[in-house]
Design a protein around this ligand. Structure first.
Ligand SMILES: Cc1cc2nc3c(=O)[nH]c(=O)nc-3n(C[C@H](O)[C@H](O)[C@H](O)COP(=O)(O)OP(=O)(O)OC[C@H]3O[C@@H](n4cnc5c(N)ncnc54)[C@H](O)[C@@H]3O)c2cc1C
Length: 437
């Protein structure tokens, strides 16, 4: 099997040709990290304050090198845990607020893409959560019942009905979340960057920042002075000595097939505006791209060391290992496609917190941070960029977010994090196999 692993989505951003920082500079807002969170924050600050505020965005690598340019482009609601478990932990009212907030983030993001005509192959459709065994089928049923009782618009599918959406011999049932979207995330990164530039923002790539100090940070041997900085470095934040032990860099993977034949598409049945996610603790997910390729992901996440992150950018030599792990899921859930040709395999680093909620901090200091959207970062990152810009006008240090806490729970000291994270993932996989998933 011959596949590439460093091209990911087509780099339509090449024509942007962004500079690196080559002199000292001064700004009102420095955004460190040009992923969707950082670009959205820059966009919304410029939209809100216009030319009154100078905004500079810097990234250590070319545009879209982080999770934002490597994800599966499935924009859906949800945060934390399954809805009925949110109810159990936080009670009806708070759980409802938390979930409604993610629905609002989803709808805000799709509207933003439409209103600003951000070119990213946006397709509105549905996301289907599917069950794979009796134990998680019961959990999915409880989730559906709790969502319906809370007034959310979801629809339950039995085995026969879910087969009409996607033909898998394994799936027992499904839960449809409407109004979700599929996009090309790399195109979205580029489109958003263009908007930032058009409004007078500056973007510098291949510009690695050191850990920021009060109102100043070193980058590429130059000094950047700022009134406020936002660390939008997600899974890479601990390498800047922030949120260490609280945001875990976790590697997760995807593979992309050659275009499916019409007969294979007919066998699968899935439409390009829909997406499938199974409900196991360590799960698989997939969708069809507009050019008829299968994008299949999930499987075996693991702690992403700085070495792993470098190999992700360079094209990982572990491509075959990743392929084997993803192919195991593909053969199990979509056996009719087990022998399709895979053209690309890649992985990316996400920021994960122990309670699966993001962490947004605005301290008394001049450095804020936004990280840890886990696997829900598409809609949330775009929406939190807007929240951040609004927040800058307020005196409050805690934003109006229903899940808000001042920091993420502490997992382990940095030296133990790889072991602690990998052991936790192993435990989750064990729990899945114990329950027969
Ligand atoms: C394989 C995969 C599949 C996913 N699928 C989905 C999905 O279907 N739906 C969904 O909602 N989410 C998904 N996600 C998660 C989603 O991609 C992320 O939550 C989101 O992109 C996070 O955006 P971000 O801007 O916070 O982080 P990133 O895009 O990672 O941006 C952080 C940036 O910071 C830069 N940086 C790091 N250190 C420095 C430094 N010292 N100086 C300057 N810059 C620095 C990095 O180069 C990077 O560009 C997926 C992620 C992966 C990896």
């Amino acid at each position: 099997m011959n596949f590439t692993s460093n091209l990911v989505w087509n780099r339509t951003g090449a024509e942007l040709s962004l500079p690196s920082l080559c002199t000292d500079a001064e700004c009102d807002h420095l955004i460190i990290g040009a992923g969707l969170a950082g670009l959205s924050a820059a966009y919304h600050i410029l939209k809100k304050f216009g030319a009154r505020r100078k905004v500079i965005v810097v990234d250590a690598h070319p545009l879209g090198s982080g999770a934002s340019g490597r994800n599966s482009g499935m924009m859906g609601p949800g945060i934390g845990k399954q809805y009925h478990l949110l109810v159990k932990q936080y009670g009806d009212v708070k759980a409802r607020e938390i979930f409604a907030h993610t629905m609002e983030a989803l709808s805000y993001s799709t509207q933003l893409i439409r209103n600003e005509k951000l070119d990213c192959d946006l397709l509105i459709g549905s996301q289907f959560k599917v069950s794979t065994n009796a134990a998680n089928d019961r959990q999915l049923q409880l989730e559906g019942e709790a969502l319906i009782a809370a007034g959310f618009e979801v629809r339950a599918y039995d085995r026969k009905a879910i087969k009409g959406i996607v033909d898998s011999p394994v799936y027992l049932a499904g839960l449809e979340y409407k109004g979700t979207a599929t996009i090309n995330p790399m195109k979205l990164v580029v489109s958003l960057a263009k908007e930032v530039l058009a409004m007078g923002g500056e973007i510098y790539v291949n510009t690695r920042c050191a850990s920021p100090q009060e109102h100043t940070v070193e980058a590429n041997g130059h000094t950047l002075h700022f009134s406020r900085a936002l660390l939008a470095t997600n899974g890479f934040t601990p390498s800047l000595n922030r949120l260490r032990g609280r945001v875990m860099p976790i590697s997760t993977s995807l593979m992309l097939s050659a275009p499916l034949l019409p007969s294979q598409r007919a066998q699968l049945g899935l439409q390009p505006n829909n997406a499938i996610v199974d409900v196991r603790r360590v799960f698989n997910y997939f969708r069809i791209t507009p050019d008829h390729r299968l994008l299949f992901g999930g499987g075996a996440p693991f702690y992403s060391t700085e070495n792993v992150q470098r190999r992700q950018r360079d094209g990982t030599p572990e491509a075959y290992k990743i392929y084997e792990s993803l192919n195991e899921g593909l053969s199990k859930f979509l056996p009719q496609l087990a022998n399709i040709r895979i053209e690309k395999v890649w992985s990316g680093t996400i920021g994960v917190t122990l309670d699966n909620f993001p962490v947004i901090t605005r301290g008394q200091s001049s450095v804020d941070s936004m990280a840890g959207c886990c696997g829900h970062g598409l809609a949330l990152s775009l929406a939190y960029g807007a929240s951040y810009a609004n927040w800058l006008e307020e005196l409050s240090y805690s934003p109006e977010l229903p899940w808000y806490r001042s920091s993420a729970p502490y997992l382990a000291p940095p030296a133990l994090l790889p072991l602690a994270s990998n052991s936790y993932i192993k435990f989750l996989r064990w729990a899945d196999s114990f329950s027969g998933a």
